[in-house]
Design a protein around this ligand. Sequence first.
Ligand SMILES: Nc1nc2c(ncn2[C@@H]2O[C@H](COP(=O)(O)OP(=O)(O)OP(=O)(O)O)[C@@H](O)[C@H]2O)c(=O)[nH]1
Length: 185
Amino acid sequence: QVSASLGVKQSDGRWEERFPVTSHFVLTILVGDSGVGKTSLLVQFDQGKFIPGSFSATVGIGFTNKVVTVDNVKVKLQIWDTAGQERFRSVTHAYYRDAQALLLLYDITNKSSFDNIRAWLTEIHEYAQQDVVIMLLGNKADMASERVIRRDEGEKLAREHSVPFMETSAKTGVNVELAFTAVAK
Ligand SMILES: Nc1nc2c(ncn2[C@@H]2O[C@H](COP(=O)(O)OP(=O)(O)OP(=O)(O)O)[C@@H](O)[C@H]2O)c(=O)[nH]1
């Protein structure tokens, strides 16, 4: 945590503090099966856009910095986008240890990505810090006609593991900002 302040110099030379500025730093990582939309969610959050049909699997890991304001406090999120593919797993494990927050995604149109959440949680508990903040996200909420996982199934799974849950869409942007700012709190 870095603290600084903006102030005004008084006529007697004293420095009067006006706007305390505190900057927190939160290292967040995105995890989940390949194709659930981790990169798309990050691009939507960072740039406010969605590039349809642009599926290129993440190789290894990449990161983005973004400052959000939570309760008048600036929080710098450093977000690591991990590769969902099994063959990169050993690379991404190394990053779990330093993560303070973890966004775990499944795709509401893909049952196996949902079924794999338990395995992801086992892995997270093995490699991540005990106090890591975890949030479960059911992504692609815009694809209503192809939905195979109901919202209440996501809620139930989240409850079983005592983690917060929301449905997001990297396409429409619904709940994207909310998900990232929630973990920054
Ligand atoms: N309709 C819709 N499509 C999405 C959404 N999120 C991602 N997609 C699409 O799903 C595909 C996979 O998205 P990615 O963001 O590359 O998935 P990923 O989880 O980063 O995949 P890996 O890098 O392999 O782990 C792309 O074609 C995206 O355009 C969403 O919220 N809605």
